[in-house]
Structures are given as structure tokens and as C-alpha cells.
Design a protein around this ligand. Structure first.
Ligand code: PEP
Length: 252
């Protein structure tokens, strides 16, 4: 049974697609999302945010970024500020993706600082959390997820939290073809929602959109979205393919 929360399906392109490929994809997906009951987000590389936004032509496709820095400006060679993302039309930003945590050693406190900056910049933060295979197998799921939520969301008010999306992405499921079962994903989303209710209050916990991510494909999108606490999907590889992504957004 689905809840009455808005369904949000996000594509995360990672480090893929040229300007030409981006414009072709956006123009191709627009007619396919018209009838979708979900909001569709695309997290694209920095270099194609502006062409992607222009190609949406004011439709319901929302373009965002995959990362940002926590400072407004200054001597941070190679970094991007939230104000710069906003300037080119980005409306949301993925923060704390497992590739940022594990390849680029981003800590919960740095992610917390970026979330605060994104909120000040009026860019919607999409916070990713998730346990590694080792943590999963040693029964540390709760401990890991609660710590990620506690430290990444430190000093965030319930009003600010209500503006965010949280994505549960088990690291062992990302890019591995090993999707979590709908039951496991549901149970974990419930755990997280209960933790949010305990710390930030039931009102915001009942309202916040929680996405599942990790090897989502056209074949498993529906069974995941049928779970009561799964309000959306964060899709990596399958979002690069127009046909697969169209099938996912039209999962019904
Ligand atoms: C991701 O990178 O957020 C992701 C879920 O990737 P994939 O769908 O390829 O597992």
C-alpha cells in the first residue's frame, strides 16, 4: 500500500554524458514523464546543468547536481558552491552519496555542513545514507544508519528537515546488480523513519520523502515503490538509458 507522500524518482548520472547526449535525453524523456504520477529529478554533471535546464523548457523535470562545497566562495580549487549551482538552475543537490563518502572520504560532519549551506542557498538537499556489505553482514545496520542520520543532520530543525529528501542506499547494492529485497528496503526505511520521529518529531517523519537506491531496474521499481515507507527511487546506471528510465518512471 502506497502512502500519500509525493513519489520522487531521481536519476543520478554520475560522471556521464556530454552536452549533446544530455539535451537528446532530456528532450526524449519529457513526453514519457507527462503521465507519470511521480516527480522526476535528474542529477547531472556540473557541466551539463545549464543545457539540461534549458532543454526542460519549464516542464516538470527537475534538474540538480551531485555534490557541492560548504563554502560560499573562495580558494577551493576544483570545488563548486551552492550559489553557482543555483545560478545555472539546479534545484536540488545529492549530498553524502556513498561514492563521495568512500572514494573521497567525506565525513558526516562535512556532509552536515554542506546540507546547511544548501538549505541557506535554497537548493533541496538529498541526503544519502547506507551501510557497507561488512556492516550489513555484521548486523550493524541500525548503528550505522542512526549515526549517519544523527551526525549528518546535526542542528537541522524539523522545518529544515521537511524540505529535504533522504535516500537509503545500501552500499552493497549500488552498481552491483544486487538490489535489496522490497521487504529489507521497507524494514530499513521504517527504522529510519522511526528514528527521525524520535529525534525530530512524528510530523516531519511522516512527511519526509524517503527514496531507495541500489540497482533499481524496470523489473524491480514497482515492487519497491509498493512498500508503504518507500516514497521514491534513486537510480544510477538505469537512469542513463532513456528506455529503462522511462519504464521506471512509469512503473505503474
Ligand atoms: C546510485 O549511484 O545512487 C545508484 C543507486 O546506482 P545504481 O542504480 O547503478 O546501483
Amino acid at each position: 500500500m502506497e502512502s500519500d507522500r509525493q513519489i520522487v524518482i531521481t536519476g543520478n548520472w554520475k560522471m556521464n554524458k556530454s552536452t549533446e547526449e544530455t539535451v537528446a535525453f532530456v528532450k526524449g524523456i519529457l513526453p514519457k514523464i507527462e503521465a507519470a504520477n511521480a516527480l522526476i529529478y535528474l542529477a547531472v554533471p556540473f557541466t551539463v546543468i545549464q543545457p539540461a535546464v534549458e532543454a526542460t523548457g519549464g516542464s516538470k523535470l527537475v534538474i540538480g547536481a551531485q555534490n557541492m562545497h560548504d563554502a560560499t566562495d573562495g580558494a577551493f580549487t576544483g570545488e563548486i558552491a551552492g550559489g553557482m549551482l543555483k545560478d545555472v538552475g539546479a534545484r536540488f543537490v545529492i549530498l553524502g552519496h556513498s561514492e563521495r563518502r568512500h572514494i573521497f572520504n567525506e565525513s558526516n560532519s562535512f556532509i552536515n555542513s554542506k546540507i546547511k549551506r544548501a538549505l541557506l542557498d535554497e537548493i533541496q538537499p538529498v541526503l544519502c545514507i547506507g551501510e557497507t556489505l561488512e556492516e550489513h553482514e555484521s548486523g550493524k545496520i541500525e548503528e550505522v544508519l542512526y549515526t549517519q542520520l544523527k551526525e549528518s543532520l546535526e542542528d537541522i530543525t524539523p522545518e529544515q528537515l521537511a524540505k529535504m529528501i533522504i535516500a537509503y542506499e545500501p552500499v552493497w547494492a549500488i552498481g552491483t546488480d544486487k538490489t535489496a529485497t522490497p521487504q529489507h528496503a521497507q524494514d530499513t526505511h521504517r527504522l529510519c523513519r522511526d528514528y527521525l520521529a524520535d529525534k525530530w518529531g512524528k510530523e516531519v517523519a511522516d512527511k519526509i520523502v524517503m527514496q531507495y537506491g541500489g540497482s533499481v531496474k524496470p523489473e524491480n521499481a514497482k515492487s519497491l515503490l509498493e512498500q508503504p515507507d518507500i516514497d521514491g527511487l534513486l537510480v544510477g546506471k538505469a537512469s542513463l538509458n532513456l528506455d529503462f528510465f522511462s519504464q521506471i518512471v512509469n512503473y505503474r
